[in-house]
Write a protein that binds this ligand. Sequence first.
Ligand SMILES: *Cc1c(COP(=O)(O)O)cnc(C)c1O
Length: 427
Amino acid sequence: MQYFSTNKRSLHADFEQAVLQGQPDDNGIYFPVSIPSFDQAVMSLPEVDIAFRVIQPFVGEAIPELPLFEICRETLSFPFPVVNLTKDIGSLELFHGPTMAFKDVGARFMSRCLQYFSQKRSGRTVVIVATSGDTGGAVASGFHGVQDVDVVILFPKGRVSRIQELQLTTHGDNVIALEVDGSFDDCQAMAKQLLADRDIKAKAYVTSANSINIARWLPQQFYYFFAVKQWEGASPIISVPSGNFGNLAAGLLAKASGLKVKRFIAACNANDVVHRFLKTGRYEVKPSVSTLSNAMDVGNPSNFVRILEIVDKANLELKDVITSCSISDDETTETMQRVDKEYGYVLDPHGAVAFKALSDHLELDPGERGFFLETAHPVKFDSVADILGRSIDLPDPVVKMTEKQKVSIGIPHETNAAKDIILHRLG
Ligand SMILES: *Cc1c(COP(=O)(O)O)cnc(C)c1O
């Protein structure tokens, strides 16, 4: 499979180049030249086989079938259950992986692809990523212990949750956690400069692990297939709590290749650029505002252009396949409390936005059914205990983590401070 840049469309790369590069030089985003279609018979296969069949056309010759199958197997080391909360609403629980968020799937897949490429090319790779919480943890866990790859994570001091911080800082070894005295935006600006730095590039392959990278984005299709396989009755409506829109774009890609989904709901918080675009036709970028569902606090979602590409390539009408809404923090809080009381189910703030969006939608459209993506475990967010008025039991792996030693390096928000550490590391 070849990939083109959404800016300069004549700029092409194969899977390996696109993964190692992350983002094209023209600041566009990579997109496959064609959308594969699959045979419905795939749905009766075991999960790992489904994943392999879904991803193989995208990888093409870049990784032979045997190692690719092994990468799929290692990626999918945990379950993806759809839990029914009411007769019409299910929760697709994506938090059973090592860092309890859906980003584990993409991070594990990408880390193993990079390991394969590093071994083939015999060089070192440095992965640089800025995080507001979940991305860094998934990337740290996915890449920990992967040979020939170092991971540098920039996170804003004091602005990630207690458990997210543990997930970032308790690995050590090839995972370098830089605690930046600044905001997430500072971290992101630093990451961008480091990724372009010539001195670092002279010593190693340098790439990012955000959802722009196709090796993180494409495997997010897997759990849409697994969930639809579990779903009984007519094609579901799927509500996706959205920030950078990687998750929703992956679901839409699965639909475009034949997965039976009725429609998607883009469930946004107060950061509602896409919601306003669908209503008014105007795409107006705004600075992000902080909300309870902070992994969705994105002012200019980087994957939205992929949604436009899919719709265009598959001849879909955007309004037919995606409806959207914006849920306030008050509604999020109220939803978490109500779902806890009525169904005995603890939502995290992101899942709560998606639940609320879906239940509002079903009220207008009785007879429809669907599920929402519960994108992270509620224990990861410090706000949940306050909102529900009681503490949440820590799962066993989290208890073990609290006993480990925290290792991070505090730095000011200056790119050179991070650069020195990376260059020293590369020797
Ligand atoms: C990253 C994240 C999201 C947003 O996903 P996008 O693919 O950026 O739209 C939603 N919920 C949680 C818990 C996340 O970590």
